[in-house]
Ligand binder design. Structure first.
Ligand SMILES: C[S@@+](CC[C@H](N)C(=O)[O-])C[C@H]1O[C@@H](n2cnc3c(N)ncnc32)[C@H](O)[C@@H]1O
Length: 253
């Protein structure tokens, strides 16, 4: 039965291909099923699956990097912590205090789909390096496939292992470390371990740059960094807190 004036399973089949002049016509699933031949019915699950896949791919293509970010969030909501990447205002404020002429190694934790990567590469000296570390293979694969810059390396791993990762890439220390990690929702003990490892891996005078929706990260930073500059960026979804923890130089000590 077809609602809207047309009656019968044969009409239902025709209505799917003919222009409907008599107004909107909706097909009931039972009508479609009764109008299908046995081989068509047998192919239906595979067809539905293919349609779903096509729809997903088209949606991802239309959304671009945001689609990949959302997919990563849906798979690991607690680890990703936000469904919207950082705004350009947050990026500009966060990177403003960096002395790029002195920066040979910049490390980023939790790059996601690379919201900060391009702005960092744009500012980084030609012989500098950017190493990004993320626990989500979807993001690491996406970044490796889309950023082709010889200064860039994407590593699948945890920020807690930053010292081993930096050493494996041939460096003694990092000049700056940027974090977009959701410190409040990381598993117990991981936040403090990351703050401690970051302090060890930084050179004296280097800085740990952190943006977060809550002030939790500051608690972990304060155990290691005596000087922490703070800020707030309202033009971000959600508005976020900014921290810059400076590692003491020999003269500061
Ligand atoms: C809120 S997203 C940040 C996205 C991006 N940096 C931005 O500003 O739009 C947090 C990211 O941290 C990553 N992550 C969570 N725990 C991590 C860990 N222990 N080490 C490295 N990355 C981690 C997640 O996979 C996710 O990509």
């Amino acid at each position: 039965m077809v609602r809207g004036g047309l009656v019968g399973a044969r009409w239902a089949r025709d209505a799917r291909v003919l222009p409907i002049a008599a107004g909107p016509v909706r097909l009931c699933p039972e009508d479609v099923a009764t109008s299908m031949t046995a081989p068509e019915l047998a192919r239906a699950p595979a067809l539905t699956q293919r349609l779903k896949q096509n729809l997903k791919q088209n949606l991802k293509r239309a959304l671009g990097p945001r689609g990949v970010f959302i997919e990563g969030f849906l798979k690991h909501p607690v680890m990703v912590g936000s469904i919207i990447p950082s705004s350009r205002f947050t990026i500009a404020r966060m990177l403003a205090p960096v002395r790029w002429d002195e920066c040979r190694l910049f490390v980023e934790y939790g790059p996601g789909v690379g919201t900060f990567c391009r702005p960092v590469l744009d500012r980084l000296r030609r012989d500098g390096r950017l190493i990004v570390i993320d626990t989500n293979p979807l993001y690491i694969d996406y970044l490796s496939a889309t950023i082709s810059d010889s200064r860039f390396t994407a590593v699948l791993g945890s920020a807690a292992d930053v010292e081993a990762i930096v050493a494996a890439q041939g460096h003694d220390h990092a000049d700056y470390v940027l974090s977009g990690l959701p410190f409040s929702t990381l598993p117990e003990g991981v936040g403090p371990a990351i703050a401690a490892a970051t302090h060890r891996v930084l050179r004296p005078g280097g800085a740990f740059l952190v943006y977060q929706f809550s002030a939790r990260a500051r608690d972990f930073m304060a155990r290691h960094f005596r000087r922490i500059d703070t800020g707030f960026e309202a033009r971000n979804i959600l508005p976020c807190r900014l921290f810059w923890g400076w590692k003491d130089t020999v003269a500061d000590a």
